[in-house]
Design a protein around this ligand. Structure first.
Ligand code: ADP
Ligand code: ASP
Ligand code: MG
Length: 449
């Protein structure tokens, strides 16, 4: 059971989470928590201010975080915070202040330091919540995820090592689980073989839950959040969006990769490999609708949902030498690869190729190299709008309806995903929301099938 930051906003929310955990005690739950809502943002901000030498502002942000966590503990423990929790909270905030002071002295912010600071969010939420469960009479173990969630050393967004995780989880975590009791652990954070704290990147708690679920061969991975499942579009953009009862792993993976924030893009992989269904549920409406994501469902829909990701940049490389010249693309992608520039969409023409990359990625050196043999232009502030559906390719007329809906908008690039379930369009970032609204009205009226 993974609960996101919005489900942990304050003591009242945490009580709701506790009631859901209690309902699941017969299933030997592992509870994976994010930081309390907005905490990770607050920690990042404090670290940045400290590293800019603004220690006073960083200290204020630190005090605000401390006050919020202490208040939550007070509210949850009916104003009688056990001494042990008091001491542990104080130790956390002391360590955090030491870290911030250090950053302000060296005026430098490495990804490694960022991870050290950010890890406190999940460590604090799990500490407070596990005390609350105990206070509420449940048998609880607080388990440090870093004991099993082994990653490589890539700070900021480390790569987990699933085989090591499976071994460690079987040895150390599985024996703690049992019917009638609960184990609470942190999402988002992990550790290297040397014990250095890492994180899985923003939104990474979903990924932690799927990795741990797979490692433990769980019967289900539940992602509890603030919407009734994966919807046909981001409800903040299209309020009419409706929950999708069942979707395939492939559809969910495409949606996540193309911007549906409800799931971290890597979440699906460990679950698919282990054949474990992932459900997405609303914490405040536990008996309402929800989505089930499974490997074996064939949705049979032409369009299941829409997503968008922006801003992105489009790089177009043009050279007459592309004509009949084997290896041109290999050379181009070797340059992108060497400069760690990740390419999303690709569209080729006779003498040019366009690719999308992150908007703010530093491309100067890569472009210099490319310009030694071709012309290269970069257009920023674009967005990718993705239409995702299992039967997209085999349903005639979908593209015609999509393009008709976008009449008058300038579509700059089109790419049909190689897995044939994703049609992606690139247009101005400023047009993306309007495009989603028009496409939703045309292709998913009433919220889809
Ligand atoms: P949590 O804090 O639980 O991890 P997130 O904020 O990361 O929650 O993800 C939930 C949010 O994702 C929703 O509130 C919604 O605004 C957004 N979202 C974007 N696209 C979708 C979609 N297709 N379906 C559901 N939610 C989506
Ligand atoms: N707390 C982390 C974040 O805000 C991880 C997560 O919530 O999934 O990105
Ligand atoms: Mg999230």
């Amino acid at each position: 059971m993974k609960f996101g930051g919005s489900s942990l906003a304050d003591a009242a929310c945490m009580r709701v989470v506790a009631s859901l955990v209690r309902r699941s005690l017969s299933r030997a739950p592992l509870v994976v928590l994010s930081a309390m809502g907005k905490t990770t943002d607050g920690l990042f901000r404090a670290a940045r201010m400290a590293a800019q030498g603004q220690l006073e502002e960083a200290t204020e942000a630190h005090s605000a975080l401390m006050q919020r966590h202490e208040q939550t503990a007070l509210d949850l423990m009916d104003r009688r915070v056990p001494d042990e929790l008091h001491v542990e909270l104080a130790a956390h905030f002391k360590e955090l202040l030491t870290l911030l002071t250090g950053l302000s002295m060296v005026r430098e912010l490495s990804l490694r330091s960022m991870d050290a600071v950010a890890s406190h969010g999940e460590r604090l939420s799990t500490l407070i919540f596990s005390h609350h469960l105990r206070h509420a009479g449940m048998e609880v173990t607080l388990f440090d995820a870093r004991r099993v969630l082994r990653t490589d050393t890539k700070s900021g967004a480390a790569t987990p090592l699933p085989r090591v995780i499976a071994t460690l989880a079987a040895e150390q975590l599985a024996p703690q689980l049992g019917i009638g009791r609960v184990v609470v652990t942190q999402g988002y954070i992990g550790a290297t073989a040397e014990g250095l704290t890492t994180t899985l990147g923003r939104g990474g708690s979903d990924y932690s839950a799927a990795l741990l679920g797979a490692a433990l061969k769980s019967s289900e991975v539940q992602i509890w959040t603030d919407v009734e499942g994966v919807l046909t579009c981001d409800p903040r953009v299209v309020p009419q969006a409706q929950p999708i009862a069942e979707l395939s792993f492939a559809e969910a993976a495409e949606l996540a990769a193309f911007g549906a924030k409800v799931l971290h893009p890597s979440t699906i992989q460990p679950a698919v490999e282990a054949g474990i269904p992932v459900t997405v549920r609303h914490t405040q409406k536990p008996d309402g609708r929800f989505s089930t994501i499974r490997g074996d469902v064939k949705s049979g829909r032409a369009i299941t949902a829409l997503a968008s990701r922006g801003p992105v940049a489009v790089v177009t490389v043009t050279s007459s030498r592309m004509l009949d010249q084997p290896g041109f693309l290999a050379k181009l992608f070797e340059i992108f690869g060497r400069h760690a520039i990740s390419v999303d969409l690709v569209a080729t023409a006779e003498i040019s190729v366009s690719v999308t990359v992150e908007n703010d990625v530093d491309m100067d050196r890569a472009l210099d190299e490319i310009r030694a043999f071709a012309k290269a232009t970069v257009v920023r502030e674009r967005a990718i709008v993705a239409l995702v559906g299992e039967q997209l390719r085999s349903t005639p007329g979908v593209a015609a309806r999509a393009f008709a809906a976008l009449r008058g908008m300038n579509i700059e690039m089109i790419s049909m995903g190689a897995n044939e379930i994703n049609l992606s369009l690139v247009l101005a970032n400023a047009d993306a929301h309007e495009a989603l609204r028009r496409l939703h009205a045309e292709l998913l009226p009433g919220g889809g099938a």
